[in-house]
Design a protein around this ligand. Structure first.
Ligand code: XUL
Ligand code: CO
Length: 437
């Protein structure tokens, strides 16, 4: 097969002074940061759905993307060829992982068995390309939101046959992920929610979602797939309300249905924004419950209220993300998955490179900045000292569960007015972060 990107050779690190637009200025894969290579810290992944299936269409216009390798069909042959294009791209970009939905990589057939056959035919090529290049699958997933059968949701549909169909589709997607030695498997509840409560039995639907996920856990164990399952929170779009609305809602759901041991969270920046949170908030909530598994790296537009899935180019964002991830001890099975698409106006194939380079450099720089802030120690020390009253005396006794309200009343009566509060120093700390950016 002729090269899809004949004019582009392997993207390499040339350092901050380079003026070559097709190089990394920050991402230096083998460079050690806090004793670990950048490549292992960041574990970058390309998403198949945006980068190889996105056409640049929006609700007002058709696709703009120029993709010379496409022949305009959605055939299995085209899907197999597209896999080779994708791996040429990923090899040249130097990313270690990719992620896909079943229906991104292979066309939906006229029946479930035809869809499964199509998928098998493409998985064969994915497997061969993984072996040829060493690029691995970060996670697989099933598309349970595009086809009209999922109009009311998948596992939360009012129609039990749809639940069964979705189960069969997820079963196959887990099998395929297992066959490709995927590091994990993601559940994003594309239409698991409602558009009006007038027609919705919310309690019953959420119960069905719990049952569905238990079945998935059972099946994963049955076939010996040991990678983690992730839930990806998002509050709305395409539905008015999705049950996995944010990290806290997901954690509550997982606890309620006794699934917390089997799931971690895949946190996406633009979904956090739609939930009215910052990415850092969502990461901290997940990490506090020991449930931060992976991230979908993108960003939204503060002036737009929908999921614009832009490539992450904001240094404050990536610095905050990397501060939390480093403090948590780093990503293990998860990665930094670019669930991001080039703008409709960035229609040329080379824009796919520019976009990923921008995201990778911005994350690499965020990693360097976060590591420098940690090495400097002032921020960490400030937070630690802010809680010093809990390290001894009454604070230590409270944390150890040694005192109750009566002992605390005795303590408080002796205090008089409290005069030992310290300043929160927000402005000082914001300026401290600026020192490093
Ligand atoms: C949609 C979204 C999905 C998931 C995978 O907003 O983020 O692409 O990442 O289903
Ligand atoms: Co996502």
């Amino acid at each position: 097969m002729a090269a899809a990107f004949p004019k582009i050779s392997k993207i390499v690190y040339e350092g901050p002074d380079s003026r070559n637009p097709l190089c990394f200025r920050q991402y230096n894969p083998d460079e050690l940061v806090e004793g670990k290579s950048m490549k292992d810290h960041l574990r970058f992944a390309v998403t198949y759905w945006h980068t190889f299936r996105g056409q640049g269409a929006d609700m007002f216009g058709t696709g703009t993307a120029v993709r010379p390798w496409e022949n305009g069909t959605n055939s299995v042959k085209m899907a197999q060829k597209r896999v080779r294009v994708a791996f040429e791209f990923m090899e040249k970009l130097g990313v270690p992982f990719y992620a896909f939905h079943d229906r991104d990589v292979a066309p939906e057939g006229k029946s479930l068995s035809e869809s499964n056959k199509n998928l098998d035919a493409v998985v064969k090529v994915l497997k061969a390309e993984q072996q040829r290049t060493g690029i691995q699958l970060l996670w697989g997933t099933a598309c349970l939101f595009v086809h009209p059968r999922y109009m009311h949701g998948a596992s939360t549909s009012c129609n039990a046959d749809v639940f069964a169909y979705a189960a069969a589709q997820v079963k196959k997607a887990i099998e395929v992920t297992h066959e490709l030695k995927g590091a994990g498997y993601t559940f994003w509840g594309g239409r698991e929610g409602y558009t009006t409560l007038l027609n919705t039995d919310l309690a019953r639907e959420v119960d069905h979602l719990g049952r569905f996920l238990h079945m998935a856990v059972d099946y994963k164990k049955e076939i010996g797939f040991t990678g983690p399952f992730y839930i990806e929170p998002k509050p709305k779009e395409p539905t008015k309300h999705q049950y996995d609305s944010d990290a806290a809602a997901c954690l509550n759901f997982l606890r309620q249905y006794d699934l917390l041991n089997d799931f971690k969270l895949n946190i996406e920046t633009n979904h956090a924004t739609l939930a009215g949170h910052s990415m850092q908030h969502e990461l901290e909530v997940a990490a506090a419950a020991n449930a931060l598994g992976s991230i979908d790296a993108n960003m939204g537009d503060v002036l737009l209220g929908w999921d614009t899935d832009q490539f992450p180019t904001d240094l404050y964002l990536t610095t905050q993300v990397m501060l939390t991830i480093l403090r948590m001890g780093g990503l293990t099975t998860g990665g930094t998955n670019f669930d991001a698409k080039v703008r409709r106006e960035s229609f040329e194939p080379v824009d796919l490179f520019y976009a990923h380079i921008a995201g990778m450099d911005t994350f690499a720089r965020g990693l360097r900045i976060a590591a420098a802030i940690r090495k400097d120690g002032r921020l960490g020390d400030f937070v630690k000292n802010r809680y010093a009253s809990w390290d001894s005396g009454i604070g230590k006794q409270i944390e150890a569960g040694k005192v109750g309200f009566s002992e605390l009343e005795k303590h408080a009566l002796k205090l008089g007015e409290i005069r030992n509060n310290t300043s929160g120093r927000q402005e000082f700390l914001e300026n401290l972060i600026n020192e490093f950016i």
